[in-house]
Each structure stands twice: as C-alpha cells, then as structure tokens.
Design a binder for this molecule. Structure first.
Ligand code: CU
Length: 362
C-alpha cells in the first residue's frame, strides 16, 4: 500500500515537472509558428527610451533550431551562495560594462552588466562587517549602485558615476537578510531592465541552523524590441511600462536550472535566498512537491519572526526572502514563481534530490 502511494507520488511529480517543461516548449512552438516579426534595429546603449515597435509585439519563446544544443552547452550562472570573505572590511569592486548577454538559448540582448554579467555577482558578508564598494563605470553613460542592505544617504553613496570615473563608499551591514542591489540612475526602470542588479546576503552574526545546500536566485524580466536571434535585441520602454516582458528568468537566463538542475541529497536542509529584481514583477516562490519548513519573510532573518509550513510566499519587486526546506524523497522538484505567466516565459528550474531513476547521476 505504502509502496503504491510512493509510486503514485513520484509519478505525479514527474508529471508536474514534465508539464512545466512542456509548457515552455509549447509556448516556444506556438511562437515559432507565427509569421516572423520584422527585425527591429537595436537601440544604441545610450538610449533610455527606445520605443521599440510600439506594437507591444511579444517575442516570448523565440528560439533557433539548435536551441536544445545551446541550452545544454550554456554554463549556468552559479547559484551557490559564495563564502564570506575574512576580515572586518569586505572589498567589493565592480566594473560596469556595456555587454551583450544571452538570456535564453540563442536570444541575445544588449545589457549593462555589473562585473560583466546579468545578474551581477552575489555578495556575501556577515552582520557587522563593513562593505567597501567600488564601482568603476566602464560604460557609455552615467550609472550608480544602490544597496538595499545599507542605511546610508543615497544622494551621496548612490550618486551617479560618469563614464570612465569610479566611486567608493562604505556601509556597515547591520541588518541580516537577502537584499537587492541595483543601479539607481534615472530612469531606474531602464537601468534595472537592462540587467543592472544582483543580490547581497548578510548572514546573521548568530548563525541560522546550518544548511547543507544554499542557493541564491535573482528573479528578473526582460522587455525586448526584437526577437534577439539574428541580432541582439534592446530595451523596449513601451513593453516595460505595460509590464509585458518577453522573458522572465532566474539568474539571467531562461530555464537554465531546468537543463542544469540544482542538487541536494534527501533530508538535506536546503536554503534558497530569493530576490525579485524586477524591474516590476514579484516572484511568488514555490517548490513543487514540498512545503517550506521555514520562510524568513521580507528578508528579515530573525528566527523569532519566521513563518513555518508555507506553500508559496511572495517576494516583492525590490525585496527578498529566505526559504528553508527538507525533502525526504528522491525526485525532481521544480521551483517556480507560481504566477504562472512567469513560468511560461522562462522562470522555472529544477532541484534534483538524490539520484532519482531516469536522471543522470551526479
Ligand atoms: Cu545604470
């Protein structure tokens, strides 16, 4: 009897996983059948308000013939929480560059990248450490960096840095949690939409229960003025205002942890740090097939204010939250924003627990 229940449960999970992946593929196929959209000319990097086609044409799911190959070859953004550097002061240096990123298999976008990628690198410090931030502007227009973990005068610390210049400021990380950082230069919508964001984790001085696996996910969405297949697409302000993204992603690339799953062993304490960078969408974080044992809501990592036994928890745009779970059974557990339009647009990954039948060994 118990065996039957377990088999049924596993079958249900596989079905859920397949459905999620299938939905992505179905969207891609549906889009592929449309007449090809006119190829828009990417805006120059200095343009803030590229109107795009003005038609709000969706380029969701666009993919080249070799998309599966490209997805397999893609090197996923490292989701693992990096270690905390030693010392009282943590030096963080980022060089901003105008870059072209791949945000889905074969889909290119002209972005502004902190330290050469979208999202920027994950910063990890302990409560009480001082962050000494240096931003070097290697781009074509002014930029800045705003840390939500800082209590600091923004007109001083978060001020614009001209091209070719740099800025250094310090703040003490006094408030444990997971926070967004981003460019705060106007129009902020464009600077975030172009990829200028990342996560900082401030671990509490009094540690939480030790996790076996710790992963950082930064949610973000892209608004494209073309499909990005023949030439890189650029930011479409009309679609950003309408909140009609073409792609919604974890850590800068659609579905990258579906083809390259994150891993854990059965009964591991798995901790996800989730930031919703937006610019505009929330992440309604959910892991299919489990219930969060603990959620530290709105990034507040005080156990006294934690929630327990939670199915889905919303991470607001510009916010963060921490999710603890223990999964006893081997299997493939999808993680998503349960606002399911986001799943269709690329916001889905997999957590492979143990070495379930039918999956590659690790
Ligand atoms: Cu910027």
């Amino acid at each position: 009897m118990i065996k039957t229940v377990v088999v049924l449960a596993v079958a249900a999970m596989i079905a859920a996983f397949t459905a999620v992946i299938f939905s992505l593929d179905a969207v891609a196929k549906a889009r592929g059948e449309k007449a090809p959209a006119a190829v828009a000319t990417p805006a120059p990097a200095e343009s803030h308000d590229n109107p795009g086609s003005g038609s709000l044409t969706s380029y969701a799911g666009a993919k080249p013939a070799n998309a599966d190959e490209l997805a397999a070859a893609h090197k996923p953004f490292p989701a693992e929480l990096p270690p905390i550097p030693a010392g009282d002061v943590v030096d963080v240096k980022m060089v901003l560059k105008d870059i072209t990123v791949e945000l889905a298999p074969g889909v290119e976008y002209t972005a502004w990248g902190f330290e050469g990628g979208v999202p920027g690198p994950t910063v990890h410090v302990r409560e009480g450490q001082t962050v000494r931030m240096t931003l070097v502007n290697g781009g074509a227009i002014p930029h800045s960096i705003d840390f939500h973990a800082a209590r600091i005068a923004p007109d001083v610390a978060f001020r614009d840095v001209a091209p070719g210049e740099s800025l250094t400021y310090e703040f003490v990380a006094k408030d444990p949690g997971v926070y967004m950082y981003h460019c705060g230069t106007k129009p902020v919508l464009a600077h975030i939409a172009n990829g200028m964001y990342g996560a900082i984790v401030v671990s509490p001085a009094k540690p939480l229960p030790k996790a076996d696996k710790e992963y950082v996910l930064v949610g973000g969405e892209f608004y494209l003025n073309g499909d990005g297949l023949e030439q890189p697409a650029a930011y479409d302000v009309g679609k950003a205002h309408a909140q009609m993204p073409d792609w919604v992603v974890f850590n800068g690339y659609a579905g990258q942890y579906a083809t390259h799953p994150l891993t854990a062993e059965p009964n591991d304490l798995v901790r996800f740090y989730v930031v919703a960078a937006g610019p505009s969408l929330d992440v309604d974080f959910h892991v299919v097939g489990t219930i969060f044992d603990t959620v530290y809501p709105f990034q507040d990592m005080d156990p006294a204010r934690a929630l327990h036994g939670v199915q889905t928890f919303p991470v607001p745009a510009g916010g963060g939250a921490v999710f603890d779970m223990r999964i006893p059974d081997e299997g493939i557990y999808p993680f998503v924003s349960h606002s399911f339009a986001s799943v269709d647009l690329g916001m889905v990954g997999l957590l492979k627990v143990g070495n379930p039948k039918g999956s590659a060994s690790h």
